[in-house]
Design a protein around this ligand. Structure first.
Ligand code: SF4
Ligand code: FES
Length: 368
């Protein structure tokens, strides 16, 4: 494809339906309904086109992908094409028989999310009293012979529990735990005042992470996803726009990342009208921020531009309304005060008051 990078990962968001209501949900603010979803046949075509494009891993996600009764068919198709398959799940709805049929279809691994170390945390963050189901799901995943990967989003309300969260994951037999500090776009931006940790909280949590990482080196792989507001430079989001992976939303619209549907000033193409190869290589939205030629100052002349690619386009849009600006996290960004001001508020003596806004099933009008 004439110098166009080749994607290696496909995030297949097979549905937006989800039993949880997380206050940091990364799905679009307006969700798609079941009537908007691609059919089984559509997904089989998409998986085939992804394989032809060079994709080697498919992550089945949502919402809660277990809601789709055809998940086994999609997993089997991906495996038939030699792709690695991973299930990203809340664990709700996972039974022994469902795990058995997914493994029989060729599922390679599962990633189970938790909100904290106890029932109260799931209730507080996800408005769900189903922590017991998560423990059961961990057992079912292990008993099915799958490696158990776990994920927890970290924020002001659970960072102090990090030691206990890690203990839970060890008890449940996790092999890998992603400690993902919250990223503030989508629903999390609405709750930023209540979720953003102070520097003191964060420093203490980093100490816990480093101690436990050393202690558990032979048992559990711990990954720390940086809280970018506290970093001097932005993250190289997605390894660069349209560079390593692509996301297909439940209705077939294709994005360079799972959050890009929030960039309302851009038009993204759908697999209902184009094949993935064209969308990846030629669609205007994928071309818009690929490489470095699009960059404004200060990125244009910056020695880090091949390292962080100007940061996150979704964050630039969420904070400035322009996806083409330097990520405001960057200390050189003309919009950096937007991040600095949020940090000042997070580090005030007085804790912000207010109420968490839970993810509600707002339905999108897209595609109708
Ligand atoms: Fe990265 Fe741009 Fe900041 Fe340089 S100016 S560090 S390229 S975001
Ligand atoms: Fe979309 Fe960073 S989350 S580019």
């Amino acid at each position: 494809m004439n110098g166009t990078p080749q994607p290696f990962g496909l995030l297949a968001e097979v549905t937006h339906q989800c039993p949880l209501h997380c206050v940091y949900c990364s799905n679009p603010v307006a969700l798609l309904g079941r009537q908007d979803e691609l059919t089984t046949g559509d997904w089989i075509r998409v998986i085939g086109e992804a394989a032809a494009l060079g994709v080697v891993q498919v992550h089945f996600s949502g919402g809660e992908p277990l809601v789709r009764g055809d998940l086994e068919t999609l997993v089997a198709e991906a495996r038939r094409l030699g792709l690695y398959t991973n299930l990203i799940t809340s664990g709700l709805g996972l039974t022994e028989s469902r795990a058995g049929s997914l493994v029989a279809a060729g599922l390679n691994s599962a990633q189970l999310s938790i909100q904290g170390d106890a029932a109260e945390s799931t209730d507080l963050v996800a408005a769900s009293k189903r922590f017991d189901k998560k423990e059961a799901a961990a057992r079912i995943i292990r008993d099915a012979g799958l490696p158990l990967n776990m994920n927890v989003v970290l924020h002001r309300l659970n960072l102090a529990r990090l030691d206990a969260i890690i203990d839970v994951c060890v008890d449940w037999g996790a092999e890998r735990l992603e400690l993902a500090n919250a990223q503030y776009y989508g629903w999390a931006l609405r709750n930023r005042e209540l979720l953003m940790p102070s520097k003191t909280q964060l420093d203490e949590a980093v100490g816990v992470y480093e101690r436990r990482k050393a202690e558990l080196a032979q048992q559990l792989e711990l990954l720390w996803i940086l809280p970018d507001y506290y970093e001097p430079y932005p993250k190289p989001c997605m390894g660069g726009w349209a560079r390593t992976a692509l996301t297909v939303a439940p209705d077939g619209v294709v994005y360079p990342c799972p959050v890009a549907a929030e960039i309302t000033t851009m038009e993204f193409a759908s697999v209902r009208e184009h094949d993935l190869a064209w969308i990846w290589a030629n669609s205007p939205a994928f071309e818009a921020f690929r490489g470095t030629a699009w960059m404004p100052d200060p990125c244009r002349g910056c020695p880090r531009k091949e390292l962080d690619f100007g940061g996150c386009r979704c964050q630039a849009f969420a904070l400035t309304g322009d996806a083409g600006r330097t990520d405001p996290v960057c200390r050189y960004s003309p919009d950096h005060h937007l991040v600095r001001d949020a940090l000042v508020r997070a580090n005030q003596e007085e804790v912000a008051d207010g109420e968490l806004v839970y993810r509600r099933p707002t339905v999108s009008a897209r595609g109708r």
